[in-house]
Design a protein. Structure first.
Length: 256
């Protein structure tokens, strides 16, 4: 079954518009400006989605539990992505032409909280500076939470080259970013937090409610339940405003 966004003219795909539908492929046409919350919620047969460049916002839980969705390209003009947008997309691997297609377009996005929560097939080594171009980010809480296929930690999350001078000045919150990435291994280098001098919160946080539940995620931590083995003693040196790093290595076993 196929769906094409050309059916819509200058409108938003409404909240819950196609939840629980049997679409296998969706093409969202150039007249669509926004994808509402839960628009394709639990479309468990959806395998591919083509999002037009006209789309500026993707709502919370928009593709929640689309378990067969393998790739997605996020348009460069998207400015807003809601909580858990791709939560539970357990087959999601990368963009059609590689890993970078999911991250390089995020230049105008301010919040990626729990964006890829539970995307267990994101399996590649995380490249240096994967978020380097995302200068408007303010929050990345739980962005990769539960991505149990991620393996090797980069030496720098926010700079592609150590000598680079780019800064993500707006970024202040990074709770639970890699919590539950149970295969993630490596040592947190002294350069890991280069480029985020205004970062304040990287500890454990239990403030996000589990969807369709009265319960909240437990206090976990940035590297909760990972295989991180160690860290450089000056790893926090470049984030002088840091105020919360509680539970940072909770259940990881990391040592200096």
């Amino acid at each position: 079954m196929y769906c094409t966004g050309e059916l819509f003219v200058n409108c938003k795909i409404l909240t819950g518009a196609f939840n629980d539908s049997d679409f296998t492929k969706v093409t969202i046409g150039n007249s669509v400006a926004s994808i509402g919350s839960e628009a394709f919620y639990n479309c468990d047969k959806l395998e591919s989605i083509d999002i037009a460049a006209s789309v500026k916002s993707i709502g919370s839980w928009a593709f929640y539990n689309c378990g067969k969705l393998e790739s997605v390209t996020i348009p460069a003009d998207v400015t807003s992505i809601g909580l858990y947008a791709f939560n539970g997309c357990s087959s999601l691997v990368h963009g059609p032409n590689g890993w970078g297609e999911m991250f390089e377009p995020l230049v105008n996005v301010t919040d990626t909280a729990y964006m890829f929560n539970g995307c267990s097939k994101l399996t590649i080594d995380i490249p240096n500076g994967i978020l380097a171009n995302c200068a408007k980010l303010t929050t990345i809480n739980g962005m990769f939470r539960g991505c149990s296929g991620l393996v090797n930690l980069p030496t720098s999350l926010f700079r592609k080259q150590i000598a680079d001078t780019n800064e993500l000045n707006a970024l202040t919150n990074a709770f639970n970013v890699f919590a539950g990435c149970s295969k993630l291994t490596g040592i947190v280098s002294k350069t890991f937090f280069y480029g985020v001098k205004n970062l304040r919160n990287i500890g454990g946080y239990a403030g996000e409610r589990i969807h369709n539940s009265t319960s909240y995620f437990p206090t976990e931590g940035f590297f909760y339940n990972t295989k991180i083995t160690g860290y450089h003693e000056t790893m926090f040196e470049e984030i002088p405003l840091l105020s919360n790093c509680s539970h940072f290595f909770n259940h990881s076993g990391a040592t200096k």
